[in-house]
Ligand binder design. Sequence first.
Ligand code: UD1
Ligand code: MG
Length: 436
Amino acid sequence: MTNNHSLSIVILAAGKGTRMKSNTPKVLHKICGREMLYYSIKESLKLSDDVCVILGFEQERIAKAMQEYFGDKIRFLIQDLENFPGTGGALKKYTPKHQKVLVLNGDMPLIQASELEQFLHTNSPIVMSVLDLPNVNGYGRVVIQNNEVQEIIEEKDADSKILALSTLNAGIYCFNKEILESYIPKLANNNVQKEYYLTDIIALARKDSVKIAPLFVALENFKGVNDKLDLAKAEEILGNRIKESWLKKGVLMRLPNTIYIEEGVEFVGECILENGVSICGDSKIIESHIKAHSIIESSFVKNSDVGPLAHLRPQSVLENTHIGNFVEVKKSTLNGVKAGHLSYIGDSEVDCGTNIGAGFITCNYDGKGKHKTKIGKNVFIGSDSQAVAPVVIEDDCLIGAGSTIRRNLKKGEFFVTLGKEVIKEGFFYRFFNKKL
Ligand code: UD1
Ligand code: MG
């Protein structure tokens, strides 16, 4: 990797992203659980100690979201969107710390540090990324002659001849610092959108015979996200990368195309994921088997098996535990527990050796607040029972089927709720006026 004291990186993220048709700024749309901008910053920090993000639209919201990941490792600069809109306007007040400057669009979440490094391997004062793809829309067209870039024409300003060009501006550039210093002040906004285009630097520099090298790149990594279709496609590419990396590290997956794993997830040891599984947030899965169509959100699972069709909601902690079909767990710690079927376990602590029968529910919400359920060791809970929280069930209790536990139970107690039984012989036939 490059010495991080020789390169500045600036990421353009001030635009609204009108084509997303959303109130959420474009760069905060998530792919695989994290905001698009997170990925560009993460890769940039591998190469540079001077990463600056240009903000404008919803600047506070974006800055706050990124600071949570990166703290003060990045700096922000606010664009004057009213007077200087456009990708060129974004750099009006920007001063890099180093001699070489990489400019990235914030809507390119698939870019990787190893590819950004390629921009530093040529000595031209300007290097720009070019995609060679016929019949693709949404990109500026690049005019190249004798292996040098002559001009970039934005799609909205292009005539049919230019639109037919297959050389597209992928949106990443490497400039010598002096190039930005001399040409940014010269940019004008005489185009269809009345914006200051960064891409106009190319034509200005050409007039002064500055050498501009094209760097041909692959769409898979340089894809720009402008609408929700692009977003979905980018998520598929990134999701495949995440899965491939875990497969190589030894996670076993049945039908990986049906599995969804987010960026913040971690696996340790040999884990098995069956088809249709989703693992989200900052979940950590250690030596566990997650069966078909289960969903795990920000939870810790160790030496356990989950599902099929189980749901672990955030802050669940499972160790040496078996969770079966249609069991939902939320913000609960289960250690050495079996809950095979049809349960809701929320805001609870359940200790080892405890067996939870089918249909058991913790009634953790009383309409005003959430309350805790604590269940000790070796408790046997009969099917179709409820624990009305707050409640404590001590070790070695035995609870009969169909019980509603509204009070704390002491160690070793047996508890059962018995309703009055009613039997009426032959009632069915009288009720429906039928003969026996
Ligand atoms: C831009 C390029 C286009 C290229 C494409 C590649 C320009 C004029 N055009 O078009 O040639 O093919 O990227 O994806 O540069 N932004 C700001 N301030 C602004 C406007 C935009 O910071 O005033 C940021 C946006 O937040 C975004 C990035 O710049 O992250 C690119 O803006 P976008 O509107 O997506 O440009 P494109 O039309 O895609
Ligand atoms: Mg774009």
